[in-house]
Write a protein that binds this ligand. Structure first.
Ligand code: COA
Ligand code: MG
Length: 281
């Protein structure tokens, strides 16, 4: 079974009712993939999707880290979803987390199923989830999180726009909660999967906010996310030169310098150090 990486740059979804797409997922190049039994599975197929997801995860789980997105804790399907998890998964995605009690119930259910240590990526995608994200993400069961813009906006009674102003606050709140809980966070989907430019811009925005990666619904988005969340050779070179110039200046008793026309002080140097930590290999 392929294990989850610490930071997921691209998390590719396909519906449990689409074995054709799921069988293509290992070749796409995503850091991890999700077989979705939640919103991409119709209510009429919840039971068959559960067993199909388990069989498909067993098929592909050796090739790519594979997770199953179960239904949320308040649904009639949740307990059976957890009881039917195959051994071959690298974790689960738990959607619409809203309360600590719900997380406790999920933790107990995983323990009962004999999987107490299975990594859990929590979906923060409702008004209550965003409002309480700080408390939710620090639950010990949570090893990562995603921000779900579509559900969040639906719950707010708002509407999605191209400039994302309706999610600015929530997206930042989830990044902040992830930082405080020390768990990586994954950014919202781009539903318009033909719009590569939008995906690129959103990846850059998300990285700037501190996100580690992007939810992907289509193969084209995976390459964009992998590249956007990996520092480029130019960025790494710039960061190395900056840190070295700053170190030399520090040794001379300076803490604010002119580096190639920009002021560099301790926090600016720290941003460059953070970037260097993301260097591949
Ligand atoms: N995983 C793996 N392969 C995928 C894929 C996915 N999520 N989505 C599309 N593909 C494949 C297609 O099968 C096609 O393969 P081919 O070149 O061998 O024919 C190729 O990528 C191009 O796909 P395209 O024709 O552009 O898209 P589509 O019309 O087949 O599918 C969607 C579009 C949106 C229906 C599909 O991408 C999808 O279901 N995505 C996931 C949705 C989901 O899980 N949502 C819930 C989580 S937010
Ligand atoms: Mg959702």
């Amino acid at each position: 079974m392929a294990a989850l990486p610490d930071r997921i740059r691209s998390l590719l979804f396909a519906p449990a009712v689409r074995p054709d797409l799921i069988r293509k997922m290992p070749a796409v190049g995503a850091d991890a993939v999700v077989i979705d039994c939640e919103d991409a599975t119709p209510v009429s197929a919840k039971d068959s999707a559960r067993s199909d997801a388990a069989a498909l995860a067993t098929e592909i789980g050796g090739e790519v880290p594979t997770l199953i997105r179960v239904n949320d804790v308040d649904t009639p399907w949740f307990s059976d979803d957890i009881a039917s998890l195959p051994d071959t998964i690298a974790g689960i995605v738990l959607p619409k987390v809203e309360t600590v009690a719900g997380l406790e119930f999920a933790a107990e259910s995983l323990t009962t199923a004999g999987r107490p240590d299975l990594p859990v990526i929590a979906g923060v995608e409702t008004a209550l989830g965003v409002a309480d994200a700080r408390e939710l993400l620090r639950h010990p069961m949570v090893s990562g999180a995603y921000f779900g813009a579509e559900d969040f906006v639906a719950d707010m009674g708002g509407s999605r726009t191209a400039d994302n102003h309706e999610v600015h606050h929530a997206r930042s709140v989830v990044a902040l909660a992830g930082r405080l809980a020390e768990v990586p966070v994954i950014d919202q989907i781009v539903a318009d999967f033909h719009d590569d430019r939008r995906c690129q811009v959103e990846c850059e925005q998300a990285r700037a906010l501190g996100y580690s990666g992007k939810l992907c619904i289509h193969p084209a988005q995976v390459a964009i996310a992998n590249m956007a969340f990996t520092p480029s050779p130019e960025e790494l070179d710039h960061a190395r030169r900056l840190v070295s110039a700053y170190q030399e200046a520090s040794a001379r008793g300076l803490a604010a310098i002119d580096f190639e026309g920009h002021m560099v002080d301790e926090p600016v140097a720290n941003q460059a150090r953070n970037l260097l930590r993301l260097a591949p290999g």
